[in-house]
Design a protein around this ligand. Structure first.
Ligand code: FAD
Length: 465
């Protein structure tokens, strides 16, 4: 196979890598991207998109089931509904397939050369790709490592058989009668809630004292309430140990209570993700590391000249939109633009029930940073729109500096609040003050009015509470 030379080589076609390659192509840079699996990476194939498809299907099924049991407040009733999970998964796979084709088409449109295979560094300018038809050597002036992350495995609960990762959960063809979820972070709770709505008997085992430990307790309280009403067992302060020897159960250690058995046809382990730093020749280029992650500067440059790293492989928050923003920036840097990482806020969303959004600083973080803060909290129980949507549990909370009212953070919990994350992030990126948010008309009746009202509340004159 003839060697290839290019200006930019991107390793990994997840949201970080493929966006970097598309932007580079748009800027006229001679670009090659290498991907060992399908375009779109974790996010498109086994992460963000398929999980949200399953969550949507579970929500729909749950709603219909409530109607069938006669517990629907709207007065709708129907005969006993059923779900064919294999068909749900086939629908989800069609969405993934459409998006795979879409990414491949966008790369082509940007004149990026896409190569399928496993890439491995030979040195800082040369990569060897194992393709189906043999080895392809690629020399590049600049190389972007966008190899992403993989699920963390527990030594006593290795993946295989009835112990599954999020990827396994997203391809189940039958709803398990019982599911133990090890890890109460966002991935475990999103999938655990979906399976509970699909009919599984779900128990979440979390070592920390509460679920979603990265969010404050006020923000996660409505999620805890909803898990309770769905019948999901939450065992916090408990440690999962192993599968029971006779199968069908997870053995966990629960504080003073000693060892307990949790019924579990399947055990879903979601205890975090680790950067994919193995198998592509990190040892050949000996990059500086930041713990398990590749160390980068504010331009995503690694310790080796001409080698950049973006996305999950570079650290927290391991989120698709951070990878995308880094990818776009690096393409522009390679094209000679003056860019550096200047994002003030990376939104984080949990697609739990209800959804949780956090952008910028929480009240506690803001108090540490600037001491005097103003906080406005507007509950959805005072929102007419929330009432019509049967979505009154939750609130929008705004955090601003007390001296000049500049918004430092916005958090929300409630049905559909994920769609408000862009408005929250915009207010922080634009350096909005409470008066700007309060003075921006929200259409009536929408949930967005709660954002405006939260700013009014912080200013001391909310209108609807
Ligand atoms: C169940 C689940 C739900 C999630 N939900 C969300 C969400 O709602 N919102 C959100 O923002 N994030 C979510 N995430 C996280 C999100 O998927 C990641 O943050 C994102 O995919 C990271 O993008 P990336 O480009 O860094 O890497 P990845 O998407 O992991 O892509 C890396 C790519 O590199 C390829 N690769 C690796 N090594 C090589 C090699 N040597 N040669 C060739 N190719 C290679 C891999 O095959 C992969 O395709 C979720 C993750 C999971 C697991």
């Amino acid at each position: 196979m003839k060697d290839i030379s290019c200006k930019l080589l991107v390793i990994g076609a997840g949201p970080g890598g493929y966006v970097c390659a598309i932007r580079a192509g748009q800027l006229g840079i001679d670009t090659v991207i290498v991907e060992k699996a399908r375009p779109g990476g974790t996010c498109l194939n086994v992460g963000c998109i398929p999980s949200k498809a399953l969550i949507h299907a579970a929500d729909e099924f749950h709603k219909v089931k409530a109607m069938a049991t006669g517990s629907d407040a709207l007065g709708i009733s129907l005969a006993s509904p059923e779900i064919d999970l294999a068909r749900t998964m086939a629908w989800k796979d069609r969405i993934v397939g459409r998006l795979n084709t879409g990414v491949a088409g966008l790369l082509k449109k940007a004149r990026v050369k896409a190569i399928e295979g496993h890439a491995r560094f030979r040195d800082g300018k040369t990569v060897v790709v194992e393709t189906e038809t043999g080895e392809q050597v690629i020399r590049a002036e600049a190389i972007v490592i966008a190899t992403g992350s993989v699920p963390v495995e527990l030594p006593d609960l290795p993946f295989g058989g009835d112990v599954i990762s999020s990827t396994g959960a997203l391809s189940l063809e039958r709803v398990p009668a019982s599911l133990a979820v090890v890890g109460g972070g966002y991935i475990g709770l999103e999938l655990g809630t979906a399976f509970a709505k699909l009919g599984a008997n779900v128990t979440v085992v979390e070592t920390m004292p509460r679920i979603l430990p990265l969010y404050d307790a006020e923000l996660t309280r409505p999620v805890v309430r909803r898990l309770e009403s769905l019948g999901v067992g939450v065992m916090s302060g408990a440690r999962a140990k192993s599968m029971a020897k006779d199968g069908g159960a997870l053995v966990a250690e629960a504080g003073e209570g000693g060892e307990i058995r949790i019924a579990a046809e399947k055990v879903l382990v979601t205890v975090g993700r680790r950067p994919a730093t193995e198998g592509w020749g990190l040892d050949q280029i000996d990059l500086d590391m930041d713990g398990r992650f590749i160390r980068i500067d504010e331009q995503c440059r690694t310790s080796m000249r001409g080698v950049y790293a973006i996305g999950d492989v570079t650290g927290e928050p391991m989120l698709a939109h951070r990878a995308i923003a880094q990818g776009e920036m690096v393409a522009e840097i390679v094209a000679g633009h003056r860019r550096s990482w200047d994002r003030r806020a990376v939104p984080a969303v949990c697609f739990t029930d209800p959804e949780v959004v956090s952008v910028g600083l929480s009240p506690e973080e803001a108090r540490k940073a600037v001491r005097d803060v103003k906080i406005g909290n507007f509950p959805f129980s005072a929102s007419g729109r929330a009432m019509t949507l049967q979505a009154e549990d939750g609130f929008v909370r705004i955090v601003a500096r007390a001296d000049n009212h500049v918004v430092l953070g916005v958090q929300a919990v409630g049905a559909g609040v994920a769609e408000m994350a862009a408005a929250f992030a915009l207010s922080i990126e634009m350096g909005a003050r409470l008066e700007d948010v309060a003075g921006t008309m929200a259409a009536h009746p929408t949930l967005g009015e709660a954002f405006q009202e939260s700013a009014l509340k912080a200013l001391g004159h909310a209108l609807h509470i």
